[in-house]
Design a protein around this ligand. Structure first.
Ligand SMILES: O=C(O)CCC(=O)C(=O)O
Length: 199
């Protein structure tokens, strides 16, 4: 079930909408909670940390941290607004404009999300383009800017018929952007004992 709150801006019907300024609180507690858990990358891709249920990526079980108080509070805020619930989150940090994420669909790599997952992403820090593109060659990309405090929600056929990306713009001067994407894993694969991580 999904409630589309009043004031939402529909980007593509049954695919994505955005709520501007969803979170107005300062982000420092969020950074403190998530920064030590990020797996740094040196290349063009973002740094990531996983929280909540153990996560399986392309068949490989990956460790997940327990939710801390800030991620839990943000989760409750998003769940209340959307009338749904989440059991997992991925925090991404894009160090500057040289880091992004290439066009992809989450359900290709993570089938345990089900066919029509709701993926709710909060943005903090620098404004970046968020691109949604249909899978046909003729489909034009739809570009939305995501700003500090925005909540962008993908739902419906977003993962089956579209791909999404945060393109790199190659500017090192751009400040970091953080995103936290909440998801509900329908089937949960337990992580191996040695991979379990506690916060
Ligand atoms: O940073 C974002 O807003 C998008 C992240 C993303 O595409 C993903 O986690 O699958």
């Amino acid at each position: 079930m999904l409630t589309i709150p009043s004031g939402s801006i529909v980007i593509v019907p049954n695919v994505a909408f955005v709520i501007r300024d969803f979170v107005t609180c300062g982000g420092s507690a969020f950074y403190q909670e998530t920064l030590p858990r990020l797996k740094e990358t040196g290349g063009k891709t973002r740094s990531m940390a996983r929280f909540g249920v153990p996560y399986t990526y392309k068949g490989h079980p990956l460790p997940a941290f327990e939710f801390g108080p800030v991620l839990l509070a943000l989760k409750a805020l998003v769940e209340n607004a959307l009338g749904t619930s989440f059991n997992a989150a991925v925090v991404n940090r894009y160090r500057d404009g040289t880091q992004g994420v290439a066009p992809h669909s989450d359900t290709q790599a993570i089938p345990q999300l089900g066919k029509q997952p709701i993926i709710a992403g909060l943005s903090f820090g620098a404004t970046r383009d968020f691109v949604i593109q249909g899978r046909k060659k003729v489909d034009q990309p739809i570009i939305t800017q995501v700003n500090h405090g925005d909540l962008l929600v993908m739902h419906g056929i977003s993962q089956s018929h579209y791909k999404h990306s945060v393109p790199t713009n190659l500017t090192r001067e751009l400040m970091p952007r953080w995103s936290v994407t909440y998801r509900q894993h329908i089937t949960v694969t337990p992580a191996p004992e040695e991979d379990k991580v506690n916060s």
